[in-house]
Design a protein. Structure first.
Length: 254
């Protein structure tokens, strides 16, 4: 069996004996595969589909650890580009505990600049965590009136990285520890989110966040934004006035 990773993860593939998605497709097309494939991280959806279809056609075992391998989608992940959607739809495993699969595309915005080493970037894990806790709040607690596509405000986000994460199958688990509804238009959550790979837990996060009805928070946000801009303009005007006054003083002294 050989691990398949994203096309941009060539350093990881060379160091570990893994294979890129494009190379796997070429070998399947040439019917030159010995053994089988395990789909890891970074593989684009279209490449994963081709690998599965060719594997079935040629009798090559293609193993996918994820439960469904489908991204949660734009309305759940709050991302417009599918390449930036990092999780599957959260599934309930027990009361107030949910899991999802991490489904990284190597074209993800966080990876678009450069790659360092063989491990997944810490910011990528944080973004997957962010998508997870928003998705859990909006899809698993709709019975409490939590809106989809609401305003999500983070009050606290503490992340601890425990070991390197690599482009291999990854499970995200969220345990909701507290739920409060101070008003009818908002729901506040506290939760622990953990990311697990074969080598154990790679990162954990404690988060506190509130999901608001968009209609209730937007006017307040606009008011605060206008106030912030007005403050900047007053400061600029005061600075300009000070410069002018200093110039006049220097002229008189000269």
């Amino acid at each position: 069996m050989q691990l398949v990773v994203g096309n941009r993860l060539t350093d990881f593939a060379e160091a570990t004996g893994a294979i890129t998605a494009q190379a796997a497709i070429e070998r399947l097309a040439q019917k030159s595969v010995e053994g089988g494939f395990v789909v890891g991280q970074g593989v684009r959806d279209e490449d994963a589909r081709v690998i599965r279809v060719l594997g079935q056609a040629t009798g090559v075992d293609v193993h996918v650890f994820e439960e469904d391998g489908l991204r949660a989608g734009r309305s759940v992940c709050h991302k417009h580009d599918p390449a930036n959607e990092l999780i599957s739809m959260p599934r309930k495993v027990e009361e107030n505990v949910f899991e999802a699969d991490m489904l990284m595309d190597d074209r993800n915005e966080i990876m678009s600049d450069h790659l360092t080493g063989l491990h997944l970037q810490g910011m990528l894990l944080i973004e997957a965590t962010r998508q997870m806790f928003i998705a859990v709040g909006e899809t698993q607690y709709s019975h409490l009136g939590v809106p989809k596509g609401g305003y999500v405000v983070f009050n606290r986000l503490d992340t601890r990285f425990e070991q390197f994460a690599f482009p291999i199958p990854t499970v995200i688990r969220q345990s909701v520890t507290n739920i409060e509804q101070p008003r009818s238009d908002r729901t506040s959550f506290s939760a622990h989110i953990e990311l697990f790979q074969e080598q154990g837990r790679v990162a954990s996060t404690y988060v506190e966040y509130t999901i608001f009805e968009a209609a209730s928070l937007k006017p307040k946000e606009e008011k605060l934004a206008c106030k912030a801009v007005e403050s900047v303009m007053r400061r600029a005007e005061d600075t300009e006035l000070t410069i002018v006054e200093e110039g006049l003083t220097q002229r008189k002294a000269g």
